[in-house]
Design a protein around this ligand. Structure first.
Ligand SMILES: [Zn+2]
Length: 103
């Protein structure tokens, strides 16, 4: 019998997508679960940005960001995304992850 994967693999994970005048930006959690990065121009220049600030205000006191996904996602799909990670997780987030619109 194969043992079940109980925690997600250690790899960078997109947490939240944003849409604004500059286009789509993605806030990503680093593989060590400690660093948040964003792929927007402001972050590359200043190491911080409005997207990161937005995510940080929603991180709970355990340091966990409540990922928001569509109710259309089935339990099987969620289990695969959060259990297997990698491509399962990325395609799940692209399909069901909520895109926040910032002005
Ligand atoms: Zn950003």
């Amino acid at each position: 019998m194969k043992s079940e994967e109980t925690s997600m693999p250690k790899e960078p994970r997109p947490l939240q997508y944003f849409l604004d005048a500059a286009g789509v930006s993605t806030v990503t959690l680093a593989a060590d679960n400690k660093m948040l990065t964003c792929d927007c121009a402001a972050f590359k220049k200043n190491s911080t940005c409005k997207h990161l600030t937005w995510v940080n205000t929603r991180v709970d006191d355990k340091g966990i960001y409540p990922i928001q996904v569509s109710k259309r996602a089935s339990k099987d799909e969620m289990d695969a995304a959060f259990g297997k990670g990698g491509e399962h997780y990325r395609s799940f987030m692209l399909k069901y992850g909520r895109v926040e619109v910032l002005n």
